[in-house]
Design a protein around this ligand. Structure first.
Ligand code: TXA
Ligand code: MG
Length: 327
């Protein structure tokens, strides 16, 4: 029998119930336009401690704090003009800004750093919930530490369900990939810490300056922000990544091959695809859901074709590299 999980639809009574749970320092899994978040009162040490413990997340990995509006977010940080410009262009939306924090953001949220990651999410239920609260919500992705991020309520139910107060059901997430993270502490030289739905060139055009990308570490993988481990977002099943266009032979028994778009001959067993026609937004939306579905099929191996590197393809490939990495 499935473990007990309190899944709430987005009617006014449910939103009030979520607000009540959060006000009592309980955790609620919330929908955002990127992935589901495991939310708690960002200003409460008790709630933030629960987030780390329920996720099994090391305390050195800082959390993103979610606000109802840019004004509310900027009252907790030192915000340069560039932050205001980006906020008016991209918020509410999938862009997280790392800025110097004010003292009221607990050190536990930021893993002791004097910076905090902030964003205003663009999901109607999440925004309605934030508007009912008089505190912001700390929320990492609502998956056990290191596992694939959830893009549907049932993903959260299967992994964290019985450990949390409720799941607010907002259906499937619009983008399906975590937010873009930009370090703006040096506003003239912004640094991309994690690629995401908002691409570096959109940020460059908006700010009129170059966005630097994170340095590679010794093993050649991007070591981006604190807690951004090379191996992350991993299914339990062995996963391999092959270059775009190189997945040509049919899969063997016990294998799944995942293509970027529907093949001309879709009939061989074990073939899956992430979009009908190669639309990268559709690929991003379906990626984590398909990986989690395949991960439940007791396969020997999942082989995934990389996305072409343009646009959101960079963020898709970043997640695929991490999912396929084995430490
Ligand atoms: O789309 C998203 O960003 C989702 C939704 C729920 O908002 N959240 C998310 O959170 O992906 P999480 O915890 O899985 O990833 C957040 C990452 C951390 O791993 C950390 O690397 C980075 O944000 N981060 C947080 N605070 C930071 C800081 N002060 N400086 C640098 N990086 C930071
Ligand atoms: Mg995460």
């Amino acid at each position: 029998m499935a473990p007990h999980v309190n899944i709430l639809k987005g009617d006014p009574d449910s939103l009030r119930e979520c607000a009540r749970l959060l006000e009592s320092n309980e955790l609620v899994a919330v929908p955002t336009e990127t992935v589901y978040g495991l939310a708690g009162n960002a200003l409460s040490i008790e709630a933030v401690r629960k987030i780390f413990s329920v996720k099994g997340r090391p305390l050195i990995d800082p959390l993103i704090t979610h606000f109802k509006s840019a004004d509310s977010a900027f009252s907790h940080v030192h915000a340069p003009e560039q932050a205001q410009v980006l906020a008016s262009r991209f918020w509410p939306g999938p862009l997280t800004l790392v800025l110097e924090k004010m003292p009221d953001i607990p050190d536990l949220v930021t893993a002791g750093l004097n910076s905090v990651a902030i964003r205003v999410p663009n999901q109607p239920l999440m925004l309605a919930l934030l508007q009912q609260l008089d505190f912001p919500l700390a929320a990492p992705s609502a998956n056990p530490f290191g596992y694939v991020s959830p893009t549907r309520p049932e993903h959260v139910a299967q992994t964290l369900g019985p450990k949390i107060g409720a799941i607010l059901d907002g259906g499937s997430c619009q983008h399906g990939l975590e937010s873009t993270i930009l370090d703006l502490r040096e506003p003239q030289a912004p640094r991309l810490l994690r690629p995401g739905p908002i691409c570096a060139d959109e940020i460059e055009t908006t700010l009129g300056c170059k966005v630097h990308t994170a340095k590679k570490n010794a093993s050649g993988a991007a070591q981006t922000s604190p807690g951004q481990l090379t191996q992350h977002y991993s299914p339990r099943t062995q996963m391999e990544l092959v270059a775009h266009g190189q997945l040509t032979s049919p899969p063997s028994t016990g294998e799944a091959f995942v293509l970027q778009k529907k093949p001309i001959d879709p009939s061989p067993n074990g073939l899956y695809w992430l979009s009908e026609d190669g639309d990268l937004k559709e690929v991003a939306r379906n990626l984590f859901n398909l990986i989690q579905k395949l991960d439940g099929m007791q396969l020997a191996r999942i082989v995934v074709e990389a996305a072409p590197p343009e646009g959101i393809g960079a963020a898709i490939n970043d997640r695929l590299h991490r999912a396929a990495a084995r430490s």
